[in-house]
Design a protein around this ligand. Structure first.
Ligand SMILES: *[C@@H]1O[C@H](CO)[C@@H](O)[C@H](O)[C@H]1NC(C)=O
Length: 214
């Protein structure tokens, strides 16, 4: 009997852990009160719910692409920091636009699985699992790919027209770490990078110059 209960408990715990993402809300909504939460350390205050309006639940900042970066990508992340209405609801999204040949560099989201739906264009799209096995192919308008939580993934517009995707996340704040900048743009000691990548100090300097934030 006891062993059965322990077994059930372990099974339950496993299911619970494998389903865990952002905590469940305990009220209808909690529009982040950005003015107040700037002073509150970690706990985000809710805006007084009787003062909520429909505008708190609408975001209009992704009608068109944003500014394109060096790799031919424009990505507008719509998380709870920019869209306070998402606070406590466990989801967020991103609009990404690609110039012809544009690249979304290898990166990952520590706190969310992502589904990427192609609105327009042809995108070479993929991820790498923890065995370094790659799962990649060209997906087209109307197709969707899932990038499992925390795994490195990437995209490139391989069509001859601009491309657009809508990414959705099962966290209000998925987080983003781009591999090139987190490695070469963060100030890790040159000697370590030379050894890790088998590159000369000159090559490291070149990468650091290109990928440093300033
Ligand atoms: C929320 O707003 C309503 C209407 O202005 C007010 O009556 C109520 O006291 C407010 N609640 C809090 C907790 O401030």
């Amino acid at each position: 009997m006891f062993t059965k209960m322990v077994l059930l408990f372990v099974i339950f715990l496993n299911i619970y852990v494998s389903l865990a993402s952002d905590p469940d809300p305990v009220q209808d909504f909690c529009i982040a009160n950005t003015a107040e939460s700037a002073t509150a350390s970690n706990a985000i205050q809710c805006k007084n719910s009787s003062l909520a309006t429909v505008e708190d639940f609408v975001y209009s900042g992704i009608k068109s692409p944003g500014k394109f970066g060096q790799t031919g990508l424009s990505a507008i992340s719509v998380n709870s920091n920019v869209f306070p209405g998402l606070n406590t609801l466990g989801m967020s999204f991103v609009r990404a636009d690609f110039e012809v040949g544009g690249v979304n560099v290898p990166h990952y989201h520590p706190r969310a699985t992502e589904t990427a739906f192609v609105l327009e264009g042809k995108i070479y799209s993929g991820f790498v699992d923890t065995n370094n096995k790659i799962f990649a192919k060209v997906i087209e308008r109307g197709e969707v790919m899932v990038f499992p939580k925390g795994l490195v993934h990437f995209q490139m517009n391989v069509g001859d027209t601009p491309a657009t995707i809508l990414g959705s996340f099962n966290s209000q704040n998925p987080g983003l770490q781009r591999i090139p900048t987190s490695i070469f743009g963060s100030g890790i000691k040159d000697e370590l990078l030379e050894k890790a990548f088998g590159l000369s100090s000159k090559e490291i300097a070149k990468l650091k110059k290109k990928l440093s934030p300033h």
